[in-house]
Write a protein that binds this ligand. Structure first.
Ligand SMILES: NC(=O)C1=CN([C@@H]2O[C@H](COP(=O)(O)OP(=O)(O)OC[C@H]3O[C@@H](n4cnc5c(N)ncnc54)[C@H](OP(=O)(O)O)[C@@H]3O)[C@@H](O)[C@H]2O)C=CC1
Ligand SMILES: O=C1OC[C@@H](O)[C@H](O)[C@H]1O
Length: 387
């Protein structure tokens, strides 16, 4: 590992080069709903370096905000005001819609986009609950359109490498798993952030839980039952979890713990020293342990540490797999876009997150909230969008 190479890779990951676009009709034109913070990383920059993708339009609730965002990111069409989102969804020049709205709006706008005949990438968690998730994917299937929950680590080679290590005989069967995803939310997000509002589908487990949960489902090729859960709510809230601790059982026998936290404790004397993030995942196996650091954003930097009971400990990194498409500097979002376009074009993607993956994960999220009795009048939201 050479520091200059790492810096060069990171520079391209965060600011990718612009690819020449392929001829007209083969391009997938995207519209973006919401001038969100995540859209540049999730779709705008990946589109820049995908020869078959162009960003055609942006819609924001406020036209001025949409126009400013469009200027910043060189997006040709702008929609705003009360009907702005629907106007974008109706635009005949838009083939696919990226949804980076608050969680409580994912179902409504996915259904509206699918109804207008658009393919959809909807950010994680794909909905507020499993019922809505089922309806969204049923409609995508009925309309023969692609719907993808944007949980981007699933597309990154680092996770594929982990899965290979688990599936080969080197460490034997998994015996338990432990994950922690905590962030210093007070500094990273404003006090009125969407993550802190019950009505917008907020909560630490809604926001951070999908990462460790989905990795564990992927590694074990199974869905867990929820044994117990404990929530600590945000100050002055009885509905929005600041921290959630859960115990799950995968494949009937594998115990797992997941802790997510939007207000990570500090460290050192009196825990006064700040800590930005805590992202650990440890997989205990009969023949040793497997750990990954930075499973949420592996394209920035990650380590996969393999510690066999017999044999030497080693540290691996995997940004591109031999024989697969991709570049070392591709972000997980770029790998995700590659797969999405492959699906839209009826080609075989290198990896995929299926409807079942998303529905099953949402069922677990529902079950966690039910355990801590924070659930939930989310289900009521369903009626408003019933077709
Ligand atoms: N996959 C990933 O790596 C990540 C995924 N996410 C997911 O992306 C989504 C958006 O997150 P993030 O970009 O951080 O959020 P932001 O708050 O930056 O963006 C949310 C957007 O939603 C729109 N919006 C519509 N209705 C409302 C409302 N009532 N209140 C607030 N905003 C509203 C706003 O758009 P407008 O411009 O129209 O006002 C705003 O731009 C979430 O689902 C989150 O879980 C977030 C971070 C990382
Ligand atoms: O998806 C996400 O990933 C990173 C987190 O910091 C953020 O809260 C979340 O929305």
């Amino acid at each position: 590992m050479n520091l200059l190479n790492v810096i060069n890779r990171l520079r391209k990951t965060t600011n990718p080069p612009t690819e020449a676009k392929s001829a007209g009709s083969s391009i997938v034109h995207f519209g973006i709903l919401g001038a969100s913070r995540i859209a540049p990383d999730a779709i705008i920059k990946p589109a820049r370096c995908h020869e078959e993708v162009c960003i055609k339009a942006i819609a924001a609730r406020d036209l001025g905000r949409a126009a400013k965002y469009a200027r910043k990111w060189s997006i040709p069409k702008v929609y705003g005001g009360q009907g702005g989102y629907q106007d974008l969804v109706n635009d005949p020049e838009v083939d696919a819609v990226y949804i980076g709205l608050p969680n409580s709006l994912h179902c409504e706008w996915t259904i509206k986009a699918l109804s207008a005949g658009k393919h959809v990438i909807c950010d994680k968690p794909v909905a507020n609950n499993a019922n809505d998730t089922r309806r969204m994917f049923a409609m995508a299937a009925e309309k023969n359109l692609v719907l993808l929950e944007a949980w981007q680590p699933r597309f990154h080679p680092a996770l594929h490498r982990m899965k290979d290590i688990v599936d080969c005989s080197e460490l034997g069967s998994i015996t338990s798993m432990h994950a922690h995803f905590g962030i210093w939310g007070n500094v990273m997000f404003p006090g009125d952030d969407i993550r802190y509002h019950y009505d917008l589908g907020g909560g630490a487990f809604m926001d951070l839980g999908p990462y460790p949960l989905n990795v564990m489902c992927y590694l074990t090729s199974s869905n867990p039952t929820v044994e117990c859960a404990r929530a600590i709510c945000r100050p002055k809230s009885t509905q929005v979890d600041r921290r959630m601790e859960t115990r799950l059982i995968f494949a009937d026998t594998i115990p797992a713990t997941i802790i997510v936290d939007h207000a990570l404790e500090g460290w050192g004397p009196f825990r006064l020293l700040p800590r930005w993030v805590k992202i650990t995942l440890k997989v205990e196996c009969e023949g040793g342990t497997l750990e990954i650091w930075n499973y949420p954003l592996p394209s920035l930097w990650h380590t996969i540490t393999v510690t066999p009971k017999r044999g030497r400990r080693r540290v691996e990194r995997c940004y591109k797999r031999q024989g697969d498409r991709g570049e070392e500097w591709w972000s997980a979002y770029r790998y995700q876009l590659e797969a999405f376009v492959d699906k839209v074009k009826r080609r075989s993607p290198m990896a995929w997150r299926s409807a079942e993956d998303s529905i099953n994960a949402m069922q677990v999220i529902d079950a966690v909230y039910t355990k801590v009795r924070l659930i939930n009048d989310f289900q009521n939201a369903t009626d408003a969008y019933r077709m």
